[in-house]
Design a protein around this ligand. Sequence first.
Ligand SMILES: *[C@@H]1O[C@H](CO)[C@@H](O)[C@H](O)[C@H]1NC(C)=O
Length: 297
Amino acid sequence: MVFCFLWAFLLWFTFRTVNSTKVPVEPRQNWEDVSDKLTRCLSDIRKWMCTNLLKLNQDKTELMVFVPRRSKFVNKNFNINFDGNIICDTESVKNLGMYLDKSLTMEKQCSSVARSCYMHLRRIGSIRPFITEDACKILVNSLVTSRLDYGNALLYGINKQLTNKLQRIQNTTARIITRTRKHDHITPVLINLHWLPVDRRILYKILLNVFKCLNNLAPGYLTELVIPYNPTRVLRSVTANLLTVPSVRTKTYGERRFDKAASTLWNNLPIQLRNAKNIECFKRLLKTHFFRQAYDL
Ligand SMILES: *[C@@H]1O[C@H](CO)[C@@H](O)[C@H](O)[C@H]1NC(C)=O
């Protein structure tokens, strides 16, 4: 599967895989040039795939154009002709199981997660009286929690309604495991289960990736986005293990870039976390940190 992101105004995306390609274009370029550029890019990809004994599936090739919200360079019917196949600009694309939409609201992704989680929760709920709490936890971990956590680093910066939508799933899950009734408070239950709330789980995932980047445990395309802060004069902050924060211009895209989110979150951590000696230690400290923060402990 190949899909092309058109890059306008030099937007960078935090998420690249072998089979997705981003093509930067000048905003003033006319759409025919863009179309030519993309078609050439697709041909190159196909050639590369051929030499590596792979076949480009035209039916699964998708195109999504990103332009800043208030831009006047919008072309509603933009499409490209690839060997007679017309590939139209779509509202969302799916890659590695995650839906990405044009304005990166992640609404489609959250709805899709909610749908499949509730389907499994209904099934688990119907057998709940016949299984133990431990058995229920195992089922929930493999069928629900794994779905809530999958790819959640991409959900950084989503709006409150969507976070609530996902949090409601976690709350329902906790009720099913512990058989807590509808009107009983759920906070003590979440604390007892040692679960971080959904918003903290997103931050946890991003920070874990940062730690991996700094310790050569992450792929190169992520590691290169994490740049240690090296002041020219020797200051106390040398040992503080800080990161360089890039300056960004847009809230929807820029603030949510991996490099921006990663460095900001990392620099806000207490110093003993940034200096954790290994990944196990870091995970433990990070979980405790967010757990206390989330439940005011
Ligand atoms: C889920 O439970 C938490 C903890 O009690 C509560 O603060 C929150 O409002 C609940 N969220 C939703 C969306 O029901």
